[in-house]
Structures are given as C-alpha cells and as structure tokens.
Design a protein around this ligand. Structure first.
Ligand code: ZN
Length: 604
C-alpha cells in the first residue's frame, strides 16, 4: 500500500465564473481505485448531493487517459496501474452563500472540503495535502488546518499558493477555509491560541468588542468542561461572513463558519447589546460548545461518519438541544447578559414549543431520527406534525437541570447537582455515547432517584418519558420551585385563531394553519390571501387586529387560486385556548429555598 500523501490543488483562476479547478493526485494500490464525494456535511443533517456541482471529471496516468466508470450519483472508479501517480481533474461550481457548501467569486471564496475533495477509497487514513493556487494578490487564507511545512519542496514558495495538511480524509473534511480580504485578530483563551476572522463587515462595526466578548465565551466554556485547565485542542478559528441578511453556523473540530446580518454587529458608537447581537453571541457560544458536544463527545452512530448516506441518530435532542440550552446559559455565566435577559431567552424557547401543535405528535427522539427528512425542509404543515429537537431539546435540558437543582436542599449528598455536572461526567467517559449513558450520568450526578416526579422511580424512566413521549413536561412547577413566576401571556389574535400570516406586496397571506384551530375550522388554508374582514379591506397586520372588534362570527373574504371565497371567522375573546397558551416568565421577590435555588441557577 502506498504511503504517498494524497494531494489536492485548488486553482482559483476561474473565480468570476464561480468554478474551483481541482486536481487530485494519488498513488493507486490496485488496478482500480474508487473515488467519491460526500453527500452530506456533518453538523447539517440533510443529503445535499454536493456531486451535482462536480463537472468535467477526467483522469490520467503516465500521460495517458484512464477509463472512468460512474458507479452511482457520487462515486466513480478509475482504471489504473498500481504504484504510479494518477492525476484526476475536475471542476466544482461554487455559488452557495451558506456555511454548508462552497462559494467563489472575484471578492471572496469559502471552501468546505466536503464540496471539493473526492475521497480516495482505501487511503482515507493517509496524510492529505491541500494547495490553494492562483490566490489573487491581496487575498489571504484562514483555516484551522495546519500549514504544510514541506511546501518548500514544491519548488520556490509562491505568494499565490498556500499549502495545508490533514492527517486523514476525515480531518481534511472538518477544516473549512475562508479566502479573500478579511479582518483578523488573534487572542488566547486558557493558553490556547484562537483567531477571529471577519469578512464583509461595515466600517462602523465594533469588531474589537466582538472579539473581546467571544474571548469571554471561550474562557467560560473551557472552564465549564475542564475547570481552569487547558483544553484538549490546540488552536481554534472563528470565521464570520457578514452579509446584508443572513444567519447560520456550522461546527467543526477546530473552527466554526458563521453568517450574520450587518445590522446584528455592534456599532462603534453603541454601548448596549441589541437583540440581534445577543443572538449572534448565542450562535458563537453554540458553535463553540459543539467543539466538545458533538465533535468530540459524539453519538455512537457518528463514530465514524458515513459520508455516503444519511447517518441516523435518535440523540440530536442531546447534541443540538442541550447545546442550545447551554449556549445562552454561557452568556449569562460570562456576564454578557443579565438574568432578566437570560430568562427572556428561556421564555422565547418555551413559547416556541408551546406554539407548536406538533409537539403532541412527534417526540424529540423521533424528530432527531427524522432530521434528514423534515428539519431542513419546513413547509406549511411542519408546526402541526413535528417538533424541533433544538427548542424542545433545550427544554428537556432545562427540565433536567431544574430537577437536579431542586434536589439541592432535599438531598445533602447532591448539594451541587446540575446538568453541567452531567455533561462533565459524560465527557469523562472519553468515548461515543448513547441514551443510557445520559441516564446513568443523571443518576450519578443526582446520587439518587428523581424527586417530585411521581411515576418515575429512576432517571432512565423520566428521560424516556420526556425524550420519547409527547406530553408537556412539568416546567411550570419546576420553574416555580426556582422562584420563577409562570403566568399566561396575552397571545396575539393570529395566535389565538391558530394562523400564521406573512406580509406580501399585495397584503396579508396565510403561511400556516394550526391543527385543531378556529382558523382551520373556518376553512382557511395556507396560501390564502386575506382580502377583507367584515366588509373592510385587509392590507397590513395591524388592520387584522384593529378590525376584529367584539367576539362574534365575522365574514372573511379570501382569494385562493384566483377564486374569491367567503368564509366565516369566529372572533374570540382573550381567554387562552387549547392550541394557544403562551406564557410569561418573571422573577418576583423570592425567599427561602426557592431564592437559594434561583441564585444557584440565575445568580440572583
Ligand atoms: Zn448546533
């Protein structure tokens, strides 16, 4: 078997037509070598078919063309002689602005190697070299991949070439690269060098503040997992692409790719934190938390990843949901938000789940398994039949954290029990985990059975009920025991009717109708344009609210597929209804055990 490194040369000279020209060299061990491109990128659980952008595939050896046979949508075999270098050439069209694929134009490039690098089957554990070539004069490259010291051997080092290395194909795929002219700053967190790279920010953006706040997040999370010790990784890169309107992030072992909107960055003249900036800090915190939770502490099904098909797991409620719970909790712990703001974020997640009828149809374990089918393909029926493993998963984490914290003065042996302790116990296992490991870690952290949950003699039973069931969790009583007040919130008219609306240039359009709601009973359907209510033209969302008047049945005119339909809409009083009971959380004056618990949880 060959020990030659596998080398990819990525040529940027066709940037204006968004094409990466790729040349791959390897030494075959046999008369036929299989090559394939991943169909998905870890962290984003949808088959994305990256091969649809791969074109003009050809191969040669000792100056002669090799026969290539396509085996399936993303796999080819190359006929070749063993022991002699094969050169494979192809181009990849890259015009995807998300963090999940690849992008190239005259101003910027972004590479996920899942989009660009064919896998040489049988040689995945060899060293993989990546050379970025024809880099425009003022461009730079940011990545957590190690630079290749042997680059000198290629001849005289060229400014337009940058070379990197990874110890395996798996590692190669886990290092995205940002290319272009960008702003960069380095900082240290608990002894580990970090870098923050920002592309596309407006001149008014306070990027120094962004980096200072990020450093606090990093230190808080390293301390969360390791005490004040140095973590197991030796470098980390944040790559933020700032755009007119966008949001997203994807986690990697030593880096993360992020997208935010320009308006969400703090301005130089701004001291307070806007909601958009808090959301961005939450995203940074979320992706960095994944450095442990999912990139190193993994579900058994991801060890190793299979890049050729869906990788089903029932545990995304843990890897995404618990990460969503801790991302904002880290902001509180780092002093970047106060307890009131934190409680508002918890409240928002709670109301998102309460406004989803699908929470009674689908468990979070099922939602995890169905991620490949449903999460990334939302439609008008999504809220009726599915629940998000992010938001409900975060509530499972909240319910478990509070259940552990309520033990703190009933059971002296567990005087400091919390979900953070559970995470550290799971980390200490240093192996892929399954649901039973979470139950065991809860049991160990609590030092006894759950208290106050009748019908559940042990933590596995409680966990099964919340993760595989569709009942609402007892969050009201858990929050009340923490000194947090739970009141029914004043829902909007649309929420009480069970309809989601969007504004269009023409007026108001129905985007979803909730299962079992008055809007459904009235015959409204997704896509309907709302024309008039009780003889009045509806144009803006405010019209809807102001024209409603007293509780009664009102005539509603809608347009569906060019036809005008007359419906009757029941106008409701303000009482909560079966499909709509949103809540308001607040912190009244507390005393005794509930104050003590709240101090432990929220710090006040
Ligand atoms: Zn995530």
């Amino acid at each position: 078997m060959s020990t030659q490194p596998i080398a990819y040369r990525i040529d940027l000279s066709e940037a204006t037509s968004h094409r990466f020209l790729v040349s791959l060299q390897f030494t075959p061990a046999d008369t036929s070598t299989t090559l394939s491109l991943p169909v998905w990128i870890p962290g984003s659980y949808l088959v994305r078919e990256f091969a649809r952008h791969l074109n003009k595939l050809q191969a040669s050896q000792t100056g002669r063309a090799c026969n290539i046979t396509q085996v399936d949508k993303a796999t080819w075999t190359v006929a070749c002689q063993p022991g002699k270098t094969v050169t494979v050439q192809y181009e990849v069209y890259a015009f995807d602005t998300s963090v999940r694929a690849a992008y190239l134009d005259a101003n910027r490039g972004f590479i996920n190697n899942t989009s660009l690098c064919l896998r040489v089957h049988g040689q995945e554990m060899q060293s993989h070299h990546l050379h970025i070539e024809q880099l425009p004069k003022d461009w730079d490259v940011a990545t957590a991949m190690r630079p290749l010291p042997a680059a000198r051997k290629l001849g005289k080092p060229s400014k337009s070439t940058r070379s990197f290395q990874a110890d395996s194909y798996d590692e190669l795929l886990d290092h995205p690269l940002e290319l272009g002219t960008f702003w960069r700053r380095q900082f240290i967190a608990r002894g580990v060098p970090h870098e923050f790279v920002v592309a596309g920010a407006a001149p008014s953006a306070d990027l120094e503040r962004l980096v200072r706040d990020t450093q606090r997040i990093c230190i808080t999370e390293i301390d969360f997992w390791h005490g004040r010790k140095k973590p197991a990784f030796d470098r980390y890169v944040f790559m933020l692409n700032v755009v007119d309107d966008g949001y997203g992030g994807l986690e990697h072992r030593n880096s993360t790719a992020l997208i935010c909107s320009r308006r969400d960055l703090p301005r130089l003249d701004q001291k307070e934190s806007s909601d958009g900036y808090v959301t961005l800090l939450g995203l940074i915190s979320h992706e960095y938390f994944h450095t442990w939770n999912v990139k190193r502490l993994k579900p058994r099904e991801f060890a190793p990843y299979d890049y050729s098909q869906e990788n089903y797991t029932r545990m995304l409620w843990f890897f995404e949901g618990f990460t969503s719970y801790f991302d904002d909790a880290v902001l509180l712990r780092a002093g970047l938000i106060n307890a009131q703001t934190y409680l508002k974020l918890v409240n928002k997640t709670l109301n998102q789940v309460l406004a989803t009828p699908g929470r009674h149809m689908q468990s979070v374990a099922q939602a995890s398994f169905d991620a490949w089918l449903r999460l990334y393909r939302p439609d008008e029926n999504t809220a009726n039949t599915t629940v998000s493993y992010y938001s409900k998963g975060a509530l499972v984490a909240l319910a478990l954290d509070l259940s552990l914290r309520t033990l703190n003065n009933t059971n002296s042996s567990a005087s400091k029990a919390s979900l953070a302790g559970v995470m550290r116990r799971l980390w200490a296992l240093q192996r892929p985990i399954e649901e039973a490991d979470v139950a065991q870690a809860l049991q160990d952290e609590a030092g006894g059975p759950p208290v106050g949950h009748a019908d559940h003699a042990d933590w596995q039973s409680l966990l099964t009920h919340w993760v595989h069931g569709t009942d609402d969790m007892p969050l009201q009583s858990l929050l009340q025991q923490m000194g947090v007040q739970w009141e029914l919130a004043q829902a909007s008219l649309s929420q009480r009717l069970g309809v989601r609306l969007k504004e269009t240039p023409q007026g108001l359009q129905v985007s979803a109708v909730m299962r079992g709601s008055p809007a459904e009973a009235a015959g409204l359907a997704a896509g309907d344009e709302l024309l008039a209510l009780d003889g009045w033209r509806l144009k803006r969302p405010d019209d809807w609210q102001t024209l409603m008047g007293t509780p009664s049945l009102k005539p509603l005119l809608v347009s569906r597929d060019q036809r005008i339909l007359s419906l009757s809409l029941p106008i409701l009083d303000k009482a909560p209804t079966a499909w709509c009971h949103l809540v308001n959380l607040s912190m009244p004056k507390a005393t005794g055990p509930s104050l003590k618990r709240r101090k432990g949880w929220l710090g006040c």
